[in-house]
Design a protein around this ligand. Sequence first.
Ligand code: ADP
Ligand code: MG
Length: 326
Amino acid sequence: MKLAELGEFGLIDRIKANVAASPSVLLGIGDDAAALSPTPGQVTLITSDMLLEGVHFDLSFCDPFTLGRKSLSVNLSDVAAMGARPRHFLLGVALPKDVPLEFMDGFMAGMLEQAGRYGATLVGGDTCASKGGVAISVTALGEQRPELVLKRSGARPGDVVCVTGTVGDAAAGLKQLFGGVREGFLVRRQLDPTPRVEAGVALAEAGLVTAMIDVSDGVLQDMGHICEMSGVGARLELARLPLSDAYRAECGADPYPLALSGGEDYELLFSIPAGREPDVAALCASVGLPVSVIGEIKAGTGIELVAPDGSSYTPPRRGFDHFGAD
Ligand code: ADP
Ligand code: MG
């Protein structure tokens, strides 16, 4: 069955039928706007990310279920990077008329499974026909107490820079996909990233973090955002970048360019006051996530990179920029 036979409203009804009720949703899918009741004492964090066929995904690389999951995960990652708990989300989709219904069923199953895992409820969206490829836009809402919200702007000279998990995997996975590989750890890291929601919330609630961002455009680019917003510089030690065994096997000959500039790992990059490293290690261990110290915040501007032999390192490229050179 094609979407054209079901129609726009048939599709919306089909989506709605699979959305579980939530006490915070007074009005969900079906009215002109959703009505949400806020948790007393908390502010709402709201964020939006688009995924375009041909730009962000290739339907020959990923199944609809995994694409649905990733479309929500990248938004949950932004909520987590603010130290907030995901609560609600909206879904905008533009679909070519000849898309099979199974595509949307698989996509929604993946998205709603991930939503259930992280406590986010779908409350509305928009659906239209596309004359190009598939376009997806998710807007996620999260909540946190105002004093616990983590920004990019709080890093201070002397702070220690940490990153969760491993870096470079998703970019190495994309390289593998272009080379015809369709499975394995790196490919999964590219197609199915894990938003670090538990860690983001726990770090915020422990009051350990001075500035935080999620690594969507590469460590170097995203560290640059923290530095600019905080009015500081940083010094990163390449030998301390956390690299997975799979990444080393794929990129071991020249590991730093992609580990520094490869996007889409969706790890958390953050600064903490010096001396709090053991607290951060214990907290991340409690949510089952490794964490590494990779450098420190300095007075001034710019990011200094130190190679394993102590020399200064200049990367071939900074990170991902949609309007930058290819
Ligand atoms: P309107 O024309 O008033 O904007 P729509 O006909 O676009 O309303 O949407 C009807 C209802 O279905 C709204 O509650 C809207 O939020 C919801 N909706 C539309 N598309 C989606 C979608 N892709 N996912 C979830 N809810 C959707
Ligand atoms: Mg309306």
